[in-house]
Design a protein around this ligand. Structure first.
Ligand code: UDX
Length: 446
């Protein structure tokens, strides 16, 4: 760790900003977090955490003395040694990254700013050049700029920060990069010190590659369904190959969240805008959209038309461990089912949708959601659903059909408990897809 702790300013008290700020405070730095939303700052000052992230409330509480929250950009910019830009870069209608929050941050920097500007937000390649030009145009040419993308996954963000696989630092001047890299000295990890363009691309390419793995294994799962292989076995066998590795090979209902869909489309657009047609990413996106909708086909296989049928969606968040509904399969599914005339009930232990699931009836427990249902769909892999194949659930349902979008349950156990079961890429029974073999006729010699 550095001898004298740097003063850190965080611009944006969203999920990345809060986790980053709390972790730097835990490493001993004084951190000021700034946001434009007064309600958020009030809540944080009062010790309330506006997002669901495991361990974050405790981390913020433990480091209260080193953390402060403000609405004042000037205060942060003039007092900090390092200013981390942690604002959202959501997709526009075209799929490009919307950088308006980044430009607003730059506009608000006072002329006295001496801090190094560090970009944590995910931005297109070339953004660093544009920021530098904008800083110069505003008379802030002396402000150093470093790209330091985040690789935090929701639900494990604090661990990801404290024990990263790597830290990526892209700088225009090596000294600026080394100064930022020193901030991570206390963490045992490799620092990739590189140029700004490459750092920006490492972030986009990493997320696009992981999304590609998911779409790939989802397509393998779909082929498993028509050929009789079990994708869980296939992924296990593939993952043991060290060149492939076991991670991000879980077939399911498609990827969601605030990063993968946005970053894949941002990379595709970035390539397109630069004159290169990124064919593979088109397919990754299309496969993911189709994967969310395959559940509807599975329901229809068992129920015929869905008008008047009651379907329970179990789990709404885009993955377990978060209350985030961004790009969650549950939203696409609910809209599709309601459009087909189905009645939709929904349950999630933490996500509380407002407009996203309009028309669905929210329930307090999985049992309440499945009561009277013609099918239950596991959308999110919550632990609370692992024992779903219970007798009280079966008898509460009008029709005991479980469609498991996450391969959370054991197909044999579920069927043994009297449910019909549809997973992702799993055969009806271990050997069901093998053709029925007749007893071979004894060979007659002679
Ligand atoms: C991701 C990246 O992991 C993180 O490094 C990045 O900076 C932000 O985006 P996050 O979106 O929080 O993090 O979640 P992650 O655990 O990566 O999962 C993303 C989506 O892929 C989820 O919907 C998840 O359910 C799905 N997924 C993941 C699969 O369907 N199969 C897998 O094998 C892994």
């Amino acid at each position: 760790m550095t001898e004298a702790k740097a003063g850190i300013g965080i611009l944006g008290a969203g999920w990345v900003g809060l986790v980053t700020g709390a972790c730097f405070a835990d490493l001993g730095h004084d951190v000021v977090i700034r946001d434009v939303v007064p309600g958020k700052i009030d809540a944080l000052r009062a010790g309330r955490v506006p997002i669901h992230e495991e361990g974050l409330p405790e981390l913020l509480a433990r480091n209260r003395d080193r953390l402060s929250f403000t609405l004042d950009a000037r205060e942060v910019a003039t007092n900090a040694d390092l200013l981390f830009v942690c604002v959202g870069t959501p997709p526009t209608y075209s799929g490009d990254a919307d950088l308006s929050a980044v430009w607003t941050v730059l506009d608000e920097l006072p002329a006295e700013t001496q801090a190094t500007l560090v970009m944590k937000s995910t931005v297109p390649v070339g953004t660093g050049d544009k920021v530098r030009a904008a800083l110069e145009a505003r008379g802030l040419g002396h402000v150093a700029y470093v790209s330091n993308p985040e690789f935090l996954a929701e639900g494990s963000a604090i661990r990801d920060f404290m024990r990263p696989d790597r830290v990526v630092v892209g700088a225009f001047a090596e000294a600026d990069g080394l100064a930022l890299a020193a901030l991570y000295d206390g963490l045992e990890t490799e620092v990739v010190l590189t140029d700004v363009h490459s750092a920006e691309m490492i972030k986009l390419a990493s997320n696009a590659f992981l999304a590609t793995r998911i779409s790939f294994i989802n397509e393998i799962a779909n082929v498993c369904e028509v050929t009789g292989a079990d994708v869980e076995e296939v992924a296990r066998g593939m993952g043991l190959d060290r060149r492939i590795g076991p991670h991000f090979l879980r077939a399911g209902i498609g990827y969601g969240g605030s990063c993968f869909p946005k970053d894949v489309s941002a990379l595709k657009q970035l390539a397109g805008n630069s004159g290169y047609h990124f064919q593979l990413l088109n397919s990754v996106i299309e496969v993911n959209e189709l994967q969310k909708r395959r559940v509807v086909g599975k329901l229809k296989k068992h129920l015929g038309h869905l008008a008047g049928k009651r379907i329970a969606l179990l789990g709404l968040a885009y993955k377990a461990g978060t209350d985030d509904l961004r790009e969650a399969a549950s939203i696409v599914l609910a809209a599709r089912l309601l459009a087909e005339g189905a009645e939709v009930t929904a349950w999630d232990p933490v996500a509380s949708p407002r407009d996203e699931l309009r028309g669905a009836a929210l329930c307090a427990t999985p049992l309440e959601a499945v009561t009277g249902a013609d099918a239950a769909v596991i959308v999110t892999e919550w632990d609370e659903l692992r024992d779903l194949a219970r007798e009280d659930v079966r008898s509460a349902m009008r029709n005991p059909l479980l469609v498991d979008g996450r391969n959370l349950l054991d197909p044999l156990a579920v069927r043994a408990a009297g449910f019909a079961y549809e997973g992702v890429g799993r055969p009806t029974s271990p050997f069901s897809a093998l053709p029925e073999t007749e007893e071979p006729e004894p060979r007659v010699r002679g």
